[in-house]
Design a protein around this ligand. Structure first.
Ligand SMILES: [Zn+2]
Ligand SMILES: [Zn+2]
Length: 87
């Protein structure tokens, strides 16, 4: 779990890439496929998910941390914020 204190710290550290509800990037070469904002891999719509911290659309298989409910990029920042908890 991420405390609200850490959450605020993370929100400050994270650079917003997309707005909530903004659509994922279409793959130019295939219909109904989208590009992961982190690894640039092409995925089906149901295989990508939007990170609530930075707004990136990322693939669930390699760029999503299901435990932290954040993309791998934000997950790193969350872990840092958790380490500093209590100071
Ligand atoms: Zn990815
Ligand atoms: Zn993120």
């Amino acid at each position: 779990m991420v405390s609200s204190h850490s959450f605020k710290r993370v929100m400050k550290a994270v650079k917003k890439v997309r707005e909530p509800g903004e659509k994922p990037e279409d793959d130019l070469f295939s219909v109904n496929k989208y590009v992961c904002d982190l690894c640039q891999g092409v995925r089906e719509r149901e295989e990508i998910t939007q990170c609530g911290f930075c707004g990136r659309w990322v693939c669930r298989d390699s760029c999503w941390d299901d435990e932290l409910k954040a993309c791998e990029s934000c997950a790193g920042l969350i872990m840092l914020a958790k380490d500093k908890e209590g100071d």
